[in-house]
Design a protein around this ligand. Structure first.
Ligand code: MLT
Length: 239
C-alpha cells in the first residue's frame, strides 16, 4: 500500500497479535504515550536521546536483550507504566503504522478495543481505512478478524467488499475468538512458544475502552503547516 493511499483519511492500523493490543494495554494502564518505531536502531537511538522512556518490543517474538520489555500486553501493568513514555518497535505492526504516516487521523485497533475504535471512527467524520499489519507482507488472519470486528461495530460507513468480507469472517468466528487466534499461523506460533496468556488477553473483544491516537508530539503541537506526516516523534496517546 503506497503512503498516499491513506492521505487525508481516518486510519486504524490493526496488529492484534500483538503490537496494537499491547499499545492499547499500555495506554489503558495509564502510560503517558507510546511511540511506535519500525527500525530497531532508531528505537535504540531515541531511547538514548530521550532518556527517561521504556524501550519495548520484539524481534522474532522476543525482546532484544537490552530492552526493558517485550511485546506482551501483560508486561505493562499500571505500576510499571503509569505516567511513563514507551518506545515500541515490532516486526510488522510498527512498520504498518509508519506506512500510514500521511494519515490525518491515525489510531491503533485490535479485538480488545474494537468497539472504542469503531466509535472513534464515527466521530472523526472522514473516509476510513483499516490497515491490516499482516505478517511479513502477507495477510494475517487474526488481523482480518479484528478488522472485521471493527467493521461490524462501525456505524454510518458504506463498506467496501474487503471490509464486508472481513466482517463476515469475524461473525463466523466471534463465538470462540481464542480458538480463532490459536488457529492462525502467528497465533499458533505464539502459543507454541508459551505465550498462551497473550492470546487469551488479545481475544477479549471490547475489554479495553481505549483508542490510541497519534498526536503530533508529546506537547500536542498543532502548528498549522507543520508536516506532521514527517514527524518521527509521532506519539500515540489516549483519544
Ligand atoms: C509484530 O509487530 O510483528 C507483532 O506484534 C509480533 C508479535 O507478536 O510480537
Amino acid at each position: 500500500m503506497p503512503p498516499e493511499a491513506v492521505d487525508g483519511k481516518a486510519v486504524v492500523v490493526v496488529d492484534t497479535l500483538r503490537a496494537t493490543t499491547t499499545m492499547a494495554a499500555m495506554l489503558a494502564n495509564q502510560a503517558e504515550a507510546v511511540l511506535p518505531i519500525a527500525d530497531l536502531r532508531e528505537a535504540r537511538r531515541l531511547k538514548a536521546e530521550l532518556g527517561d522512556v521504556l524501550l519495548a518490543g520484539e524481534r522474532s517474538n522476543r525482546p532484544p536483550p537490552d530492552f526493558d520489555g517485550g511485546n506482551s500486553p501483560l508486561e505493562y501493568p499500571g505500576e510499571r507504566v503509569a505516567g511513563r513514555r514507551i518506545i515500541l518497535t515490532t516486526t510488522n505492526g510498527t512498520h504498518a503504522i509508519e506506512r500510514c504516516r500521511l494519515s490525518r487521523a491515525l489510531s491503533a485497533g485490535a479485538l480488545v478495543n474494537a468497539a472504542a475504535v469503531a466509535r472513534w471512527l464515527g466521530t472523526v467524520g472522514r473516509d476510513a481505512v483499516i490497515v491490516l499489519a499482516g505478517q511479513e507482507g502477507e495477510l494475517a488472519l487474526e488481523d482480518w478478524l479484528a478488522g472485521g470486528a471493527i467493521v461490524e461495530r462501525a456505524q454510518g460507513f458504506r463498506r467496501s467488499d474487503a471490509a464486508e468480507a472481513a466482517r463476515l469472517a469475524y461473525c463466523a468466528r466471534r463465538d470462540d475468538l481464542l480458538a480463532a487466534l490459536r488457529d492462525c499461523e502467528h497465533g499458533h506460533q505464539l502459543w507454541q512458544q508459551g505465550m498462551q496468556a497473550d492470546l487469551v488477553f488479545a481475544s477479549r473483544e471490547d475489554s479495553l475502552n481505549i483508542v490510541p491516537v497519534r498526536s503530533s508530539e508529546p506537547g500536542g503541537d498543532e502548528t498549522p503547516g507543520r508536516n506532521r506526516g514527517q514527524d518521527r516523534e509521532a506519539w500515540f496517546r489516549r483519544a
